[in-house]
Design a protein around this ligand. Structure first.
Ligand code: NDP
Length: 463
C-alpha cells in the first residue's frame, strides 16, 4: 500500500459505496469515499426511505374512512403537504448524518466532491483540484431517472429526483410508466387526494411480475379512482402560463394536469466519469460491465450497485459490497447471489413477492401446482372496503419445491421478507403444510392452502 494514498477509494456515497467504505475502513484499511451530492445516495435521499414515509402519509386517508366502521368519528381531516415535506427532510438529514458518522467513526476520509477516474489507480477530486491514488477503486455512482429527452416538452416534467421537493401537492398529476416508481407514486398521490392518471405503453402494468398480481393490482388501483391508461404513450407535454400542463397522447386524447411525472426507468451514472481514461468497459446502455465478483475489466477497479446492470435494489448493492470485502480483504472469495431476491412494491394494496412468477416458472418446469387464495381480509369486514387480498404459491409438481410466492395486500412486503428465508432454504410445499398457522392473520392463508387450484402442464393451464 505504501505507494498509494488509499487502500480503497470509493466513488459514490450511496448504500453500496458507503457500506464498502465503512466496513473496509473498520478492518484498518485507509479508505476515502467521495460523493458529489449527499451521502446516503438515492435510497436515503430521494428514493426508498422518503418514498416509504410518503406511503405512510398516504395511508391515512383510507384509515380515516375505515375508522367509522370500528366506531370512530374522525371529523374532517386535513392534509398539509409542506409539513410532511419538512418532517421528511428532517428525518432524511438525520439519516445522512448517520451515514457520514458511520464513515468518520472508522476514520474513513469523507470527500464532498465530484470524483472521476484519471487512471487505473487514480482519482481526480474536482472540488479540491487534486488527484489521489488508490490500490483499489470502487465505482458505486448509482443511477438517475431517464428524463426522456426526446419527448417534446420533457422539460415540463418532473422525475423521482424532484417529486420529493414539490412545493405543493398537485391537484392533478399524470404519471408516465408502469413500473415500481410510477405505481408507488400513483398510489401516494391518490392517497393524499390528487387526481392521478397513469399512462403506460404496455398491455398491463408491472411487466415481469406474476400476471395475477398485475391484473389484481390494476383492478384495486382503479377502484381507488386511479385512472390507468395502458397501451398509451405520451407524445408531447406543454405548459401554459398558469403552470397547467397539457399532455398529448398517441390516441389523440389530451390530459390536463398540474404536474407530469416521468417514471420510465433509470440510467447508470457513468457519464464523464473517466471510465474511458481508466479503460473500464461499459455496455451499450452505459452500465459498467463486471464479472461475478463485481470486478471490471481493469484489475484494480470494481463496480457495484445500480451502476452495473444487475438488480437495482438497495439490499443488493449492500450485498455486493459485502461480497467484495469478503473476497478482497477477508480471503474468502464470495460471489454475490442474485437468486430468489424477495421484493416489495409499495403500492396500495402492496405487493410482496419472491421467486418465479407463474409465467416464468411455466417456461422452465414441466408441471406446476398453483395454490391461490383471493379473499376479503378480516379488517375489511368492518372497514367497508371491498379490497381483496391475493396469495399465490407456485410449486414444481415433481419435486414439491416452492418456486414462487406472490402476495397482494396489506403488509405483503413484510411477509415477503420472511418467506424469502424459506424459499432461499429450498422449502417444499409440504413444509408450508406442516407449519402451524398464526391465527387470526392474513398470512395464515399461506400455510392452509392444501389443494392446488390448478395445474400447468407443458405451459398450458389445466382446468
Ligand atoms: P421500472 O423498470 O420498474 O419501470 C420502468 C417503466 O417505464 C416500465 O413500465 C417501462 O415500460 C416504462 N418505460 C421505459 N422506457 C420507456 C419509454 N421510453 N417510454 C415510456 N415508458 C417507458 O423502473 P422505475 O423507474 O420504476 O424504477 C427503477 C428501479 O428502481 C426498479 O426497477 C427497481 O429495481 C428500483 N425500485 C425499487 C423499489 C422497491 O423496491 N419498492 C421502488 C422504486 C424503485 P416497459 O414495462 O414496457 O418496459
Amino acid at each position: 500500500m505504501a505507494d498509494y494514498d488509499y487502500d480503497l477509494f470509493v466513488i459514490g456515497g450511496g448504500s453500496g459505496g458507503v457500506r464498502a467504505g465503512r466496513v473496509t475502513a473498520s478492518l484498518g484499511k485507509k479508505v476515502g469515499v467521495a460523493e458529489e451530492y449527499r451521502f446516503g445516495g438515492t435510497c436515503v435521499i430521494r428514493g426508498c426511505v422518503p418514498k416509504k414515509l410518503m406511503v405512510y402519509a398516504s395511508h391515512f386517508s383510507e384509515a380515516f374512512d375505515a375508522a367509522a366502521g370500528f366506531g370512530w368519528e374522525v371529523g374532517d381531516p386535513r392534509f398539509d403537504w409542506s409539513k410532511l415535506i419538512a418532517n421528511k427532510d428532517r428525518e432524511i438529514a438525520r439519516l445522512e448524518g448517520l451515514y457520514r458518522k458511520g464513515l468518520s467513526n472508522v476514520e474513513a476520509d469523507i470527500l464532498d466532491t465530484r470524483a472521476v477516474l484519471s487512471g487505473p489507480n487514480s482519482v481526480y477530486l474536482q472540488a479540491e483540484n487534486r488527484t489521489v491514488t488508490a490500490e483499489k477503486i470502487i465505482v458505486a455512482t448509482g443511477g438517475a431517472p431517464n428524463r426522456l429527452s426526446n419527448l417534446p416538452g420533457s422539460e415540463h416534467c418532473i422525475t423521482s429526483d424532484e417529486v420529493f421537493q414539490l412545493t405543493e401537492l398537485p391537484d392533478r398529476i399524470v404519471i408516465n410508466g408502469g413500473g415500481y416508481i410510477a405505481l408507488e407514486f400513483a398510489c401516494i398521490f391518490a392517497g393524499l387526494g390528487s387526481k392521478v392518471t397513469v399512462v403506460y405503453r404496455g398491455e398491463e402494468i408491472l411487466r415481469g411480475f406474476d400476471d395475477d398480481l398485475r391484473e389484481n393490482l390494476h383492478v384495486e388501483m382503479a377502484a381507488k379512482g386511479i385512472e390507468i391508461l395502458c397501451q398509451t404513450e405520451i407524445t408531447s407535454v406543454g405548459e401554459a402560463d398558469d403552470g397547467t400542463r397539457s399532455v398529448k397522447l398517441n390516441n389523440g386524447n389530451e390530459l390536463v394536469a398540474d404536474q407530469v411525472m416521468l417514471a420510465v426507468g433509470r440510467d447508470p451514472t457513468t457519464k464523464s466519469l473517466g471510465l474511458d481514461v481508466a479503460g473500464v468497459e461499459t455496455d451499450e446502455r452505459g452500465f459498467i460491465k463486471v464479472d461475478e465478483y463485481s470486478k471490471t475489466n481493469v484489475n484494480s477497479i470494481w463496480a457495484l450497485g445500480d451502476v452495473t446492470n444487475r438488480v437495482a435494489l438497495t439490499p443488493v448493492a449492500i450485498h455486493e459490497a459485502m461480497c467484495f470485502i469478503e473476497t478482497e480483504y477477508r480471503n474468502n472469495p464470495t460471489k454475490p447471489d442474485h437468486k430468489f431476491i424477495a421484493t416489495a412494491v409499495f403500492t396500495q394494496p402492496e405487493i410482496g413477492t419472491v421467486g418465479f412468477s407463474e409465467e416464468n416458472a411455466a417456461r422452465q418446469y414441466t408441471k406446476l401446482n398453483v395454490f391461490r387464495a383471493h379473499f376479503r381480509p378480516l379488517k375489511n369486514t368492518l372497514s367497508g372496503s371491498g379490497e381483496k387480498m391475493l396469495m399465490k404459491i407456485v410449486c414444481d409438481a415433481e419435486s414439491d419445491k416452492v418456486l414462487g410466492v406472490h402476495i397482494l395486500g396489506p403488509d405483503a412486503g413484510e411477509m415477503a421478507q420472511t418467506l424469502g428465508i424459506a424459499i432461499k432454504m429450498g422449502a417444499k410445499k409440504a413444509d408450508f403444510d406442516r407449519t402451524m398457522a398464526v391465527h387470526p392473520t392474513a398470512a395464515e392463508e399461506l400455510v392452509t392452502m392444501y389443494h392446488p387450484d390448478y395445474q400447468i402442464v407443458d405451459g398450458v393451464r389445466q382446468s
